[in-house]
Ligand binder design. Sequence first.
Ligand code: C5P
Length: 258
Amino acid sequence: MKSRGKKLYEGKAKTLYEGPDPDTLVVHFKDDATAYNAEKHAIIEGKGVLNNRISELIFTRLGEIGIPTHFIKRLNMREQLVNKVEIIPLEVIVRNVAAGGICKLLGLTEGEALPRTIIEYCYKDDKLGDPLISDEHILAFGWANPQELDDIVSMTMRINDFLTGLFAGIGIRLIDFKIEYGRQYDGDMVRVVLADEISPDSCRLWDVETNRKLDKDNFRRDLGDLVDAYSEVAKRLGILHGKNEIPKRSKPVLVKSD
Ligand code: C5P
């Protein structure tokens, strides 16, 4: 059976196709890397394959601890089958250690411990540059209702606890990450489920011993080889075993850089 239908949407790092039935979608992980709202863009061979595998493992593990997700199964090296959801237009960011946006916003030093875990929300709108918002905005504009926001916060804290432990067990500090949620309809029922992806594109991951960055900051800040870093995460998660599984690649091709 052909699993992939018509192309529905092409994003910066993923393309969505119709799935084999009306409630499903096929997500295709591209090799495109973008940063600074797509001002910097390159094709990095192998990235899509690694993110598909890493995200599959994380969503499967989260499903096992009772977090509802859109993930159904991986179809091939670059694609996975997911339930169709209505995306809630929020980027939910969890910060355990200061890095990136919060350092700029509040003048903190990268690596500084935060007094406690902080959840931030950004409104998903590329034209506005995904602005930081508060829960007041979410409720006032109806992007999520109070019950949905409660569910989002409690699931997000559980996901953070679980992922912090998962990565600590393989010598990686989970500094921060971004997740997205969607509404999954089932007849008259609707529930909030984890959607999108969780991969080194959407997390900051530092080696416990050396502080080596194993995430997309390698691309954003030209720190090192992105595929080497993502392969290291995949290897430690037990996904890649032999050298042959690491995608063969040429040098990154810069598409546009400002
Ligand atoms: O840039 P900032 O510090 O706000 O990012 C926080 C976390 O959210 C990082 O792990 C980053 O990779 C992730 N993020 C993302 N997509 C965005 C913005 C942030 O995956 N559009």
